[in-house]
Ligand binder design. Structure first.
Ligand SMILES: [Zn+2]
Ligand SMILES: [Zn+2]
Length: 108
């Protein structure tokens, strides 16, 4: 089950599109090696790093907020923003989140 879910986005990851960067559109202060554009295979969003696209596919793209604060009703697409919320709003509580999707999530 977990394997199937991870396969679900790994095939999307292989379809991430690296767009050619127009040299004229590049800012002189940006080094050419860093000026790369990656587009999500399933929506028009673009990112400057492939890891950002992977994170977008994994948590954000066509997904509902799946992480829920265990202490209130706040929801987030990203566990780290929920961890920040818990530290800010529930400073005395253990920092963890509920994952509605049932997918395994790395915790710290
Ligand atoms: Zn997308
Ligand atoms: Zn909360």
């Amino acid at each position: 089950m977990l394997f199937a879910l991870s396969m679900n986005y790994s095939h999307l990851v292989s379809r991430i599109i690296e767009l050619p960067v127009d040299p004229l559109a590049m800012n002189c202060s940006t080094s050419p090696s860093r000026a790369r554009v990656f587009q999500c295979p399933t929506c028009p969003k673009r990112f400057s790093a492939k890891s950002s696209v992977i994170q977008h596919i994994k948590y954000d793209c066509n997904r509902l907020p799946r992480f829920v604060c265990p202490y209130c009703d706040k929801r987030s697409k990203y566990p780290f923003s929920l961890y920040k919320h818990i530290r800010d709003v529930h400073p005395d509580c253990k920092v963890y989140c509920k994952d509605l999707s049932g997918e395994k999530e790395d915790t710290r």
